[in-house]
Design a protein around this ligand. Structure first.
Ligand code: TPP
Length: 381
């Protein structure tokens, strides 16, 4: 057994200072100690996939994140693992518990199958893993080795934790949110004649943002491609895959880099896939985060099938999740002045747009791996 504080200390010395995840009883000591530590931060994700997206944002902002969750949540994280972490080559350290360990006493029935396949699933996803250290004498070496390995290979590594690996650590302090009461703004006319297409919106983004101060995440599908078509810049992150994780990445980024303005360009289909992520945004309340949902009422990138967005009041959802400002607008003129106002966030803008995409829309010629390297280096410089 090792001490939670010693593990966190050792990891801190190696640069790991931001933790995120979803609790498991095996993880109790590590989560409790990371919440209480003055030098560490813990971001409470609501889904294991969101935790992986948040960690990606922390890394892209220059940090070294650790994700902790129960193996039953590994399934929730498969897509962000395969299409975000592995595709963009983002090195994160993960701690996954082993409920349902086939070599231990029988666990609850719901853990049996996942316990049996956890390490096989990691192998299948081509994710390297090793056992969580149980001996303090080995811990330092193991951690140094893993840190070098993930940084050199730009790949994730999972420490699989068996029951009783860490000494108990009781929780004396709870996480506190800093949120103030949010506002819903109903000042905009939303005249249909003002509606623009996605590419027109992207051109406005290009006009109103700059490479040094703004960090822009564009969701998977046509959004990323149209932002690229409008202009290819170092501060752009063109998502491919991990649909719904744009806001997770933006959240991790805005916490890691409070000095930058973070703009997340989401789609109605994408945000509906991971609405839960918005609750962590409200809880963490980063002032520099702007979350825009371009709502064309469709999954346009995959053939324009209708989404259920026409039934949804996104502004109310954002408000209920305690975003500081929740707005619906569809005019570029209004959007222009809103950006100039540099309103404190987290801000949510539901922006209805017209369908339509160029028949010759390019795909980024830069690879996902190059996008990630360029994005992180641009922030560091
Ligand atoms: C997990 C996952 N499910 C499905 C897809 C396929 N897919 C890619 S883009 C897209 C549509 C996205 O719709 P929306 O966010 O509304 O943006 P739009 O295409 O309308 O710009 C879908 C379904 C995917 N990439 N990942």
């Amino acid at each position: 057994m090792i001490s939670a504080e010693r593990f966190l200390d050792e990891a801190f010395k190696l640069g790991f200072s931001t933790y995120t995840g979803v609790p498991c009883s095996f993880l109790k000591p590590l989560i409790n100690a990371s919440i209480e530590s003055d030098k560490l931060s813990y971001i409470p994700a609501v889904n294991e996939g969101d935790a992986v997206g948040i960690a990606a944002g922390v890394y892209l902002g220059g940090g070294l994140p650790v994700v902790m969750f129960q193996n039953s949540g590994l399934g929730n994280a498969v897509n962000p693992f395969t299409s975000l972490i592995q595709t963009f080559e983002i090195p994160i350290l993960m701690i996954a518990t082993l409920r349902g360990d086939p070599n231990s006493h029988p666990d609850e029935p719901q853990h049996r199958l996942m316990g049996k396949i956890t390490t096989q699933l990691l192998d299948l996803m081509e994710v390297s893993w090793s056992w969580f250290p149980e001996d303090e004498d080995d811990m330092k070496k193991t951690m140094e080795f893993i840190k070098d390995r993930i940084i050199d290979s730009k790949k994730p590594h999972v420490l699989v934790m068996k029951k009783g690996s860490v000494e108990p650590y009781e929780l004396n302090e709870q996480l506190e949110s800093t949120i103030v009461n949010g506002l819903i703004t109903n000042d905009y006319e939303n005249d249909e004649s003002e509606m623009v297409t996605r590419i027109e919106f992207m051109e406005k983004i290009i006009e109103k943002t700059n490479q040094n101060h703004d960090l822009i995440i564009a969701t998977t599908g046509y959004s990323g491609r149209e932002l690229y078509a409008a202009s290819d810049r170092k501060n752009h992150f063109y998502m491919v895959g991990s649909m719904g994780c744009a806001i997770d990445i933006g959240l991790g980024l805005s916490i890691q880099r409070p000095d930058k303005r973070v703009i997340v360009i989401d789609g109605d289909g994408a945000i509906l896939m991971r609405l839960g992520a918005m609750s962590t945004v409200g809880f963490m309340a980063p002032k520099n985060l702007n979350h825009i949902v371009l709502d064309n009422g469709a999954y346009e990138s995959t053939g324009s099938q209708k989404t259920v967005s026409s039934l949804i009041d996104f502004k109310m959802i954002a408000h209920s999740n305690r975003y500081r400002n929740s707005i619906k607008m569809n005019s570029l003129k209004d959007f222009d002045s809103l950006l100039d106002s540099n309103m404190k966030g987290p801000n949510f803008i539901h922006f209805p747009i017209k369908k339509g995409v160029s028949s010759k829309l390019p795909r980024p010629s830069i690879t996902p791996k190059e996008v990630a390297i360029r994005f992180r280096e641009n922030i560091e410089n």
